[in-house]
Design a protein around this ligand. Structure first.
Ligand SMILES: [Cu+2]
Length: 459
């Protein structure tokens, strides 16, 4: 598909194809509600194209919206009707290690015909998502993800609460998912980038009034693409990153969202009646509206946008006695990595390429036998991450959020995924609160598959 085609499709796709949202009833049931991973078909492109074959939870992309009240338990039985094993990772949620959904570390992959029941109570309100964590470069690209919202006890006063699921599809001319999930060129560069950026609004937008207040929950579910987003005809504040409230809401400028990152905004519609309020994507060949909200009617504009009620997640006050560990990120195209360890063997660059491996943490490609660090619960740890590569990376910690340690000694917002530009050094810290084996990896899923994975052991 050419850039020109992408241009046309991007602009035209939204109204035709915003997927219908399905709300699972959250009432108590005698039997455990299921999420069935299975093939399905969705309308991604305009009518003159065929539907696109996907893998989705309950055959849908995004999968069923899961919505809980803060303090409410989540229980879902994953049933696997795919031709390959799978699992579910509940991204950004604090949960028992055994519920984290990482095959080979916290559970066995769920085989075809098998099932696995996930059950836990998320302590924090916010915008989260769930996705396959098995062969995820392929499975997430095929559509195995969904939205998970935990509502605050007292949610902010808004007219519309809209989740925008931003994906980056690589489609063939006949609208099929391109099945090249492991091209060496993608894995050693910026990952498997698509040719069709597509937003799904949950629920679907019909019209909004001028001055209406919206909560927008943006989720970048792309396997590898950094989304560059701006709002047109909408004015307000960023109120949360990765689900966690900002103590002081920020005025949004252009938003750079790494894979897996979320941004919650509370905005007022400033576009006039008859115009559209827009969410726009900045791409190499131009700026495109990926969500268009027609403005019809008007109401009175509200006043200040308050911060969201805070979550019970720990925030750092000091890192004076923190256990420190360096994490050097190396490899990829145009990087200096010539030799690294993979499964206990020293590999040359030629051998890495043959094995489809490209990236290393501290000289080790892929999951090391020994964790990056061991910590006791309650201990504060600090990871100095040096990006000695020619590419950006989206570093994701499982199990709890971290904060960046800023140059002036203050702490950044709570996040679960940190977007690092090439050649950057960024230090994160957190109090290790949950026992278990927790992954730390690049959420550019092609990079993770090609080696950017390690783990922490909290006991
Ligand atoms: Cu990466």
């Amino acid at each position: 598909m050419t850039d020109h085609m992408n241009t046309r499709l991007t602009r035209r796709s939204f109204v035709a194809s915003a997927a219908a949202a399905t709300l699972l009833p959250v009432t108590a049931r005698a039997s455990v509600p299921t999420l069935t991973a299975r093939p399905g078909q969705i309308r991604l492109l305009p009518d003159e194209y065929p539907e696109t074959e996907v893998w989705g939870f309950d055959g849908q992309v995004p999968g069923p919206l899961i919505r809980l009240r803060q303090g409410q338990a989540l229980t879902r039985k994953l049933v696997n009707q795919l031709p390959t094993p799978t699992s579910i990772h509940w991204h950004g949620l604090r949960l028992p290690n055994a519920m984290d959904g990482v095959p080979g570390m916290t559970q066995d992959a769920v085989q075809t015909g098998g099932d696995f029941t996930y059950s836990f109570t998320p302590p924090d309100a916010g915008t989260y998502w769930y996705h396959s964590h098995h062969q995820s470069t392929e499975q997430v690209a095929r559509g195995l993800y969904g939205v998970l919202i935990v509502d605050e006890t007292e949610p902010p006063d808004v007219d519309h609460d809209l989740t925008m699921v931003l994906d980056d599809w690589r489609l063939t001319q006949d609208g099929k998912t391109s099945e090249d999930f492991d091209r060496p060129h993608d894995w050693t560069h910026a990952g498997r980038l698509g040719n069709f950026i597509h937003a799904v609004s949950v629920p679907q937008v019909t019209t909004v009034r001028k001055n209406a207040r919206l909560r927008l929950r943006l989720i970048n579910v792309a396997t590898d693409r950094i989304m560059e987003i701006s709002l047109i005809g909408l004015e307000g504040k960023i109120v949360a990153f990765d689900g966690m409230p900002l103590l002081q809401p920020q005025t949004p400028e252009r938003l750079f969202m790494g894979p897996a990152q979320r941004v919650d905004l509370v905005v007022d519609v400033t576009a006039d009646e008859g115009e559209d309020a827009l969410i726009a994507s900045h791409e190499r060949d131009g700026v495109f509206a990926i969500v268009e909200m027609p403005v019809s009617g008007s109401s009175t504009r509200r006043g200040n946008i308050p911060a969201l009620p805070d979550n019970p997640h720990h925030r750092l006050t000091t890192v004076k006695d923190a256990r420190k560990v360096p994490l050097k990120m190396e490899g990829g195209a145009m990087g200096g990595l010539r030799e690294a360890t993979f499964k206990g063997q020293r590999l040359s660059i030629q051998e890495m390429v043959q094995l489809g491996q490209a990236w290393a943490f501290n000289g080790v490609i892929g999951m090391p036998d020994e964790p990056l660090l061991r910590a006791s619960t309650g201990e504060t740890v600090m990871i100095e991450m040096v990006n000695d590569t020619a590419f950006a990376h989206a570093m994701h910690l499982h199990g709890q959020h971290f904060q960046e340690v800023l140059e002036d000694g203050s702490f950044g917002p709570l996040r679960d995924t940190l977007l690092m530009a090439r050649a950057e050094t960024r230090t994160i810290a957190f109090r290790a609160d949950a026992p278990g084996k927790w992954l730390l990896h690049c959420h550019m899923l092609s990079h993770a598959a090609a080696g950017m994975r390690t783990w922490l052991h909290v006991t």
